[in-house]
Design a protein around this ligand. Sequence first.
Ligand SMILES: [Zn+2]
Length: 576
Amino acid sequence: MHDLVIRGGTLIDGSGASPRTGDVAIDRDRIAAAGGVAGRGRHEIDARGLLVTPGWVDIHSHYDGQVRWDPYLTPSCWHGVTTVVMGNCGVGFAPARPEQHAWLIGLMEGVEDIPGPSLAAGLAWSWESFPEYLDALEEMPRALDVGAQVPHGAVRAYVMGERGARNEPATPDDIRGMAEIVREGIAAGALGFSTSRTLLHRAVDGEPVPGTFASEDELLGIGRALGELGRGVFELASDLMPEDTELAWMERLSAESGRPVTFACLQNDIDPGQWRRLLAAADAAAARGARLAPQIAARPTSLLLGFEGTAHPFLGHTAYREIAHLPIDERVARLRDPEVRRRILDEKVEFTDPLAAFVASAFHKLFPLGDPPDYEPGPDRSVAAIAERAGKRPEEVAYDLLLERNGRGLLYLPLLNYSNFDFEPIREMLLHPRTVVGLADGGAHCGIICDAGTPTFLLTHWVRDRRRGERLPLELVVRRQTRETAELYGLHDRGLLAPGMKADVNVIDLDALALAAPEMVYDLPAGGRRLVQGAKGYRVTIKSGRVVFADGVATGVLPGRVLRGPQVADARGRSG
Ligand SMILES: [Zn+2]
């Protein structure tokens, strides 16, 4: 008798194979059989008419702080994610000298827009080294497995102190010291190392993430540590300036260390064809024996603008700033006052804040997000287009849209991957064999971005709903966020419905699957705010053989744990 049998579902097994009807049998935390007819189970789930998939493996999150207080890691867990990798983009909380705690919080707050007071209240620092951080994470049972990466920002400041934090060049001794810390972290179970090379990522004091300008010697010196251990991924976000030089060291690092390098690859408006060159570079590198995995997003990286959030088009207006301090309901009441409205809309603004200036000048690319949210609106749906049709100014239209839903209205500003006002570039990237799907950024950008629901979006939009272009096959979309993401990080025990694999499974009602409209909640420690997005249609999510979510409700069972390095499938089944 099996512990659990999922009966008669449509299996999308993560390998990319065509859907087939069959049972999945689970014994303890492993899959015993997938496909065909299984014997009886102590518990059975009727999955007739439902999809059965591996649990999603989300490799790009920033839960490094939240992981200390939230055993569920919402919102990712609401979207069928059963494994999450954090510590991306060079930021995280270990290693950490006691006198650097506040600075590390400021770095995370600046780069990822996670409220500093929430981090200060929730972190409960009990570690200094990276291995001690992993040990501390093990104190809490969880609904999903968590993997960590060693972040360059923390390593540089730990080894080089102020010089490191201020992005001064590293000496050969510094590099040896950093490589040793990274080696220690990877040996203790970190899944990789991450760094940031973009000027968009800055600490609260404006300083780019330590390591942003790191020399090739520093990067390769650290990469060698991964190579010596024969494990770990090298992850980065880069401005790719200059592009050729950046790609060249990435390729050298991968070729020399034998380790994969994954870098953020998104279409940008200044150079909308660059992504094609990046995919071609990954192909060329592969032909020369290096593995570059352009990390792509399944939808635009988008700002969500609202009166409760980090940015909206009226932030720079004096008449708005006068009431900005008021609690949201009072503020909305004032914003509805025709006199306040007139003063704000009539004001000629001198912008000092670049973000405020940018969002106030992007009405052609600003859209009502709507409910259900529309992430691929045509240019005729923009605030500028609506205004033109109505004979109004775009500012007026934006103002009134933001006041919808009791002042909780959100405007969608696709920042990247939307130069053409459609998803064709994303589709091509999703079809490219060397790309890897990531960048959902769970836990980060709390006041302005909410893409943690990307795993669900891949099914709702790309498989089922897309109208403005071709959709994608279900089995491809499932493989991309299960077997492929798991394989990149050496997690060969998951991402596939096959004997010996971890019993991480989603049972999904695809017809009912839906993303909720994002909303601001105030549930972080110390009452901090964050945007979240829920989902409907996940009937059951199973982690290590235990049901952790049933119809969107947590069962309270917490079988998840901290991943320690690469994983292999159980000997009874095939290995990775
Ligand atoms: Zn990131």
